[in-house]
Write a protein that binds this ligand. Structure first.
Ligand code: ADP
Ligand code: ZN
Length: 610
C-alpha cells in the first residue's frame, strides 16, 4: 500500500502538528520514502531528528505505527511529547499493569491510536503478535519503526537478544514498511543490521555525523578540579554529565561538586538499582543536575537539553568519546564537550589494555584505538575534522573547537624531543616524567643527587623551557608514540623503536606549545550565565517563562522539555509576540500546544512588556 505525500502536505503536517517550519537534512526524503510504503535504514547522529522520520509517516498512513524501542524511560518521554502535540500515542512495557495494557490494546484495535511504542521483549510474545495480526486485518498497520536498531548487533555493547527476532515482523507482515534507525555509524554494525533485520532491499539514508552545535575542547590536565570548576562556571543552572573512570572517583567528585554548590549526583554500576533509577529520573526531570558518572550511565539518556559533557579521565577510544560527548546538545542548541587529560591518563589506559585478559589481537586493536584518541587530544588541527576523518567523513575546519578558536603555536621541537628522549635513555628508562623534568631543568633534588643524575650531560640542558611546557612535550612524545609510560613501573617513561630516528637526528618533530592556562579561555566560554542567543534585557522574561514551564511540567508529571524546549522559550522571550498569530510562527509550537498554552504564554509575555 502506498500513500504518496506531496511536499506541501508534508510541510503542513510538520508545521501544524510539531510546530517546526522546515525539515532538517534528509528528513523529508525519508518521510516520503516511508509514506510510499518502502523500507529504510536511517543512520543519523544523536539529535539529528530521527523520530519525525517515522512519526510523520505513521500520521499519514492508515492504521497504527508500531515503534520498537528498548528503553522504558525513552518511550515514556516520546509518548508524553507526542501527546503534548495532540497525537494519539501510547506505550506497552513492563511499567504498566495488566489492566492498563489491555486498555491500550483495545484502543489500538478500535483504531484510536496512531503510534504504539512497545518494548522488544513484549513485541515478540504470542499475545502481541496476534494483536498485530488483528490490527493488520482491522484498522491497519501503518509501519514498523525499529529504534536503536544497532541493539541487534551481537558485538555491540547494547545487544538485545529479542532484537534478533524482529525479522519476524517482515515475514508476518511483508507489505508493511519498516524503518530501522540508529546513531551508530560503523560499517560492520550497518551490515549486521541489514542482515539480521532482513532489510536487504531497504534504502540507506546516511547523514553526516557532524554535531555542529557541540564545541570540542581538550585541556592539559594540571589542576583538574580547579579546571573543571572554571569550566562549570560557564554552565551554572544547566544540566550536564561529568564522566570519570572509577566508581570511587565518581563518588568523590559528586560529593565535592555538591560542596561547590552544584546539584551533583553520582551514577555507577555499584549503586543499587533503586538509587540509579532515582538519580536518572532526577537528571531527566530536573533542570540543572550534574550527573557524575562512569560509562555505566549511557544509553537511555534521552534528555535533549544536556548542555555539556566533561571528561575528567580519558575514554578508551574515539568511538566511546564520540558517543559519550554526543549526549550533549540533542536539541541542536550550543553545547560543550570538554576533556582534561594528562600523562597519567595515558599510562592508566595502557595498563588497562596490558593487564586485560583479552587475546593479543584484541589488545593490539585496543592499543590502536587508544593511539587514535591520543592523536585527537594532541591534534594541531581542527578537532572536528580529526573526529570526522576517523569516521571516514571529509570536512573543513569548523570554527567551533578550541583549536579553531585559539590555534596552538607549533614549533620545531626536534631538539627538545632529543633532550627529553636522551634524559630517559641515560637514566635507564626507569623514571617518570617529574624526575626527567627535574633533570632537564637542572634541579638538584634528593633523587637527582642520590642517583648521580646531576652529573649527567643532560642535567640542566632544558633550562630554556619552563616546567609546564616540558610536561606538555613529554605528553606529546608519548601520544606520538616515541615514548611509552609503563604503569607497572610507576609510570616510567621508556623509548619505543620510533624514538631512534629522532634521537639520531634523522627525523624532525613538530610540537605544540602548551597553552598558558590563562583567563583567556575562561572569557571565551560564556562569560556569565546568559544563555547563548539571548540578550540581557530578555533574560527576566526568559526566566519567567522557565518558571511557568516548570509549573506546567510538575502539574503533568513530565520533564520540562516535553512542555516546550529552551529554544522555543528563547524565541518567545526575544520576539515577544502580542497575540496568537505572533505565537503561531514560533518554532516548536504546534496547533495543540498553541491551544493549550497560547493564552498563558501571552499573559507571561504581557507582564514583561517593555
Ligand atoms: P534523535 O532521535 O535523532 O536523537 P530526535 O528525533 O529526538 O533526535 O530530535 C532531536 C531534537 O530535534 C528534538 O528536540 C526534536 O524536537 C528536534 N527536531 C527534530 N526535527 C526538527 C525540525 N525539522 N525542526 C526543528 N527541530 C527539530
Ligand atoms: Zn574546529
Amino acid at each position: 500500500m502506498t500513500t504518496p505525500l506531496s511536499h506541501d502536505a508534508a510541510l503542513d503536517l510538520l508545521r501544524r502538528v510539531f510546530g517546526f517550519d522546515r525539515f532538517r537534512g534528509s528528513q523529508e526524503t525519508i518521510v516520503q520514502h516511508v509514506c510510499a510504503g518502502n523500507d529504510a535504514l536511517v543512520l543519523m547522529p544523536t539529535g539529528g531528528g530521527k523520530s519525525l522520520c517515522f512519526q510523520i509517516p505513521a500520521l499519514v498512513r492508515a492504521g497504527v505505527g508500531v515503534v520498537v524501542s528498548p528503553l522504558i524511560a525513552l518511550m515514556q518521554d516520546q509518548v508524553d511529547a507526542l501527546r503534548q502535540n495532540g497525537v494519539a500515542a501510547a506505550f506497552l512495557n513492563s511499567s504498566l499493569d495488566w489492566r492498563a495494557a489491555v486498555e491500550i490494546e483495545n484502543a489500538a484495535r478500535k483504531g484510536e491510536l496512531k503510534l504504539l511504542y512497545v518494548a522488544p521483549e513484549r513485541l515478540v510474545t504470542e499475545r502481541f503478535l496476534s494483536l498485530l495480526a488483528e490490527l493488520e486485518a482491522g484498522p491497519g498497520l501503518a509501519l514498523f519503526a525499529i529504534d536503536e536498531a544497532h541493539c541487534v548487533s551481537q558485538w555491540g555493547h547494547d545487544f538485545r537478544p529479542e532484537y534478533l527476532q524482529l525479522s519476524q515482523l517482515h515475514e508476518l507482515h511483508p507489505t508493511v514498511p519498516r524503518i530501522a534507525l540508529t546513531a551508530t555509524a560503523d560499517n560492520a554494525t550497518r551490515e549486521e543490521m541489514r542482515e539480521r533485520l532482513k532489510l536487504g532491499e531497504a534504502r540507506l539514508f546516511l547523514s553526516s555525523f557532524d554535531r555542529p552545535n557541540i564545541r570540542y575542547t581538550v585541556v592539559e590536565k594540571d589542576t583538574p578540579r580547579r579546571q573543571l570548576l572554571r569550566f562549570l562556571d560557564g554552565h551554572r543552572n544547566e544540566a550536564g554529565i561529568v564522566y570519570c573512570l572509577s566508581r570511587k572517583k565518581v563518588e568523590e567528585t559528586a560529593e565535592w561538586l555538591k560542596l561547590e554548590g552544584y546539584a551533583a549526583l553520582p551514577y555507577h554500576a555499584g549503586l543499587g538499582q533503586d538509587v540509579r533509577a532515582d538519580h536518572q529520573r532526577r537528571f531527566q526531570r530536573d533542570e540543572a543536575v550534574v550527573m557524575v558518572a562512569t560509562i555505566a550511565f549511557g544509553m537511555g539518556i534521552d534528555k535533549p537539553d544536556v548542555r555539556f559533557v566533561a571528561h575528567l579521565d580519558l575514554p578508551k577510544s574515539i568511538e566511546a568519546y564520540y558517543q559519550e560527548t554526543g549526549r550533549a546538545g540533542r536539541d541542536g542548541e550550543p553545547a560543550e564537550a570538554w576533556m582534561t587529560y594528562g600523562l597519567q591518563d595515558i599510562a592508566l589506559q595502557r595498563a588497562r589494555i596490558d593487564e586485560s585478559e583479552s587475546p593479543p589481537e584484541i589488545k593490539r586493536l585496543e592499543a590502536q584505538k587508544l593511539n587514535a584518541l591520543l592523536a585527537y587530544c594532541e591534534a594541531p588541527r581542527c578537532r572536528r575534522t580529526v573526529l570526522l576523518d576517523y569516521f571516514g567523513e571529509a570536512s573543513q575546519p569548523c570554527g567551533n573547537c578550541d583549536v579553531c578558536l585559539d590555534p596552538p603555536d607549533l614549533f620545531d621541537g626536534t631538539v627538545a624531543a632529543q633532550k627529553a628522549l636522551s634524559a630517559a635513555w641515560r637514566t635507564g628508562q626507569r623514571f617518570g616524567g617529574g624526575h626527567l623534568i627535574d633533570i632537564l631543568l637542572g634541579k638538584s633534588t634528593d633523587k637527582t643527587v642520590r642517583f648521580g643524575h646531576d652529573q649527567l650531560p643532560t642535567f640542566g640542558v632544558g633550562k630554556d623551557i619552563d616546567e609546564h611546557t616540558w610536561r606538555g612535550i613529554l605528553r606529546q612524545l608519548v601520544a606520538a608514540g616515541l615514548m611509552r609510560a609503563d604503569l607497572t613501573e610507576y609510570g616510567a617513561l621508556k623509548l619505543t623503536d620510533a624514538a631512534r630516528p629522532v634521537l639520531k637526528g634523522g627525523q624532525t618533530v613538530q610540537l605544540r606549545r602548551p597553552s598558558k592556562q590563562t583567563s583567556k579561555k575562561a572569557v571565551r566560554t560564556k562569560a556569565n550565565a546568559i544563555p547563548e542567543g539571548l540578550l540581557e534585557k530578555d533574560l527576566p522574561l526568559f526566566e519567567a517563562l522557565r518558571t511557568w514551564r516548570l509549573d506546567k511540567a510538575r502539574e503533568q508529571g513530565v520533564p520540562a522539555y516535553v512542555i516546550l524546549h529552551d529554544r522555543t522559550l528563547r524565541l518567545i522571550a526575544t520576539i515577544r509576540p502580542e497575540d496568537e498569530e505572533g505565537l503561531a510562527v514560533i518554532s516548536g509550537l504546534g496547533a495543540a500546544k498553541l491551544e493549550h498554552y497560547g493564552e498563558e504564554l501571552l499573559e507571561v509575555v504581557a507582564e514583561y512588556a517593555e
